[in-house]
Design a protein around this ligand. Sequence first.
Ligand code: SAH
Length: 370
Amino acid sequence: MSDLPLIFDEPKQKQKAPKHLADMSKEERKALCEELGIPAFRANQVAVHYYTHLETDPEKWSDIPADMREKIANAFTPKLMELVRTLQTDSGLTRKDLWRLHDGTLVESVLMKYPDRATVCISSQAGCGMACPFCATGQGGLKRNLTAGEITEQIVNAARLCASGEMGGEPIRLSNIVFMGMGEPLANYKAVVQTIRNITSPNPDGLGISARSVTLSTVGLVPGVEKFTEEGLPVTLAVSLHTPDDELRDSLVPINTRYKVREILAAADAYAKKTGRRYSIEYALIKDINDQAWRADLLGKLLKSRNAHVNLIPLNPTPGSKWTASRPADQKEFVRVLESYGVPVTVRDTRGREIDGACGQLAASESSNK
Ligand code: SAH
C-alpha cells in the first residue's frame, strides 16, 4: 500500500482476529493444509460447505472424516463474531444484527428482504475516521479495520438467513450487497477487495454473486477509487457527494479538504469508463443546509453529461444533531430541478429507520451503555 497516502495505513490491531478461510488466497489455503498434514482437497471441501452450503457446523461436513472435522474447522472457519442482539421491523423483512468481534469490538449489518431481492448492508470498519458531522458512525472515530473474514461473515450470515426462510415467507437468495454500513471501505482497501472477490468468485471459491449486485460507497478517497478502477471488479460505485460545491462539502465531508468535488467526479468518470457501469451520487438531503434549489441546479449542471445517477437520502437525524430531513416541498423541487437536466434521480426508501438502520446508531448506543 506504499503508493497510497497515510490515510490508508491500517490502524494497529492489539490482537489480530483469527485467520479465516475468507482471508486466504488459494495458495494460503494449500499451505495451511500442508501445515496441518492433510491433503489440499480438504480446503476445497470446506470452501464448498462455507460458500455453497453456508454450513459452518463441522458436524454436518459429512464428506470429511469425523475425527478430522474439529481440527479443520478450527483452522479454516474459527468463530470470528457472536450475535449480541437483533432488531427487527417491517414484520421481520428488515433486521439489524449487532455483532461482537473477538476483541469486544461491535459492528452491525442490516438485511432487507423485498419481494424480488434481498440486500445486506455491511460494515467494513469498526467506527470510521472520516468524521462526517451528520453521520452517527463518524462521531466516534475509527476503532479498527475489519478483516476480510469479519466482513465476509456478515454476508454469509445474511445469505444463510435468506436461504433458510428465517426472513419470513419463501426462502430467497441473497442478491445484493452494499458497503454502506459502518466505515469507509476504501480506507480498508485490501480487506474490502478480498471480500469483493469472496462475493463474486464462482462457487466453491466464493458466493458467486455478480459484481453488478455489489455497491461500494465511498466518501471519495481519490487514490483509492483510482486503484480500485485497476482491479477489474465492475461493482457499482457510489460517491457520497452530499453537495456540489467545495465550500459546503469541506465541512459536510471533511476529506473534501484533500480531494475536491472536481477530482472525485473525474475519478468516478474514469471508473465508469473502465467498467461501463453507471455510478451513483449519494446525497443526504439536510433541511436548509444542502437542499436549496440553486444547489440542485449546480448539481444538475455538474452531472448532466456524466454517466451518473443521483440517490437522494432523506437525512436520518442522529441523536443530538441540530440537523433534520428536508421539507417535502424542498425535496420535490430538488428532484424536479435535477430531472430538468435529464439526470436520473431516485429517493432512497427509509427502511429500518425505527431500528436506526444504516447509521451506526445501534453500535453507538450499545457502547455508551457500558
Ligand atoms: N463511508 C462510506 C459508507 C458510509 S454509509 C461513504 O461515505 O459512502 C453510506 C451512506 O449513508 C453514505 O452516503 C453516508 O453519507 C450516508 N449517511 C450517513 N449518515 C447518514 C444520515 N444520518 N442520514 C442519511 N444518510 C447518511
